[in-house]
Design a protein around this ligand. Structure first.
Ligand code: ATP
Ligand code: MG
Length: 146
């Protein structure tokens, strides 16, 4: 058993389409524990900082604009091998290539508007969780070590 935490985001396209609840249900049915969640509307600076690793890529500006077009729902998920298992549940970045049964296959419209985010490594999970949440926001209290 390798318990990990990962940063998931239900992206603005999913909130706008009204499928956030269905995505949360899939997260719960897959056995993840939701340690924290909040609805936020990112500024351009918020999105640029979050996606700083993609700064050199051609879709960076478009991606940042997409992520600021409305509210999104970042959350911290915990579970056995949570980083990899959440990425498997999301499906491939491009919904046309996503496997049946995945969230992106079910709800995503395009390679950009792909409804969910997931950390891709323990290092990025640590950066991304702390980008949105302080240790005081992680529930229950026992998860903070107090
Ligand atoms: P995420 O990081 O959101 O979990 P991912 O790890 O599957 O997705 P990345 O390669 O990290 O994919 O890309 C980050 C995000 O940038 C994608 O989720 C998508 O919204 C957008 N994106 C990726 N590739 C493209 C592309 N070719 N054109 C436009 N947007 C893209
Ligand atoms: Mg990624």
């Amino acid at each position: 058993m390798t318990v990990e935490r990962t940063l998931a985001i239900i992206k603005p396209d999913a909130i706008a389409k009204g499928v956030a609840g269905q995505i949360v249900t899939r997260i719960e049915e897959a056995g993840f524990k939701i340690l924290a969640a909040k609805l936020i509307h990112m500024s351009p600076e918020d999105a640029a900082g979050f996606y700083i690793v993609h700064k050199a890529l051609p879709f960076y500006r478009s991606l940042c604009a997409f992520m600021t077009q409305g509210p999104c729902l970042p959350m911290v998920l915990e579970g056995d091998h949570a980083i990899q298992r959440w990425r498997e549940l999301m499906g491939a970045t491009d919904p046309a290539k996503a496997a049946p049964g995945t969230i992106r296959k079910a709800f995503a419209a395009s390679i950009e508007a792909n409804v969910v985010h997931g950390s891709d490594s323990p290092t990025s999970a640590a950066f991304e969780i702390s980008y949105f949440f302080s240790s005081l926001e992680l529930c229950p209290r026992s998860n903070r070590g107090d």
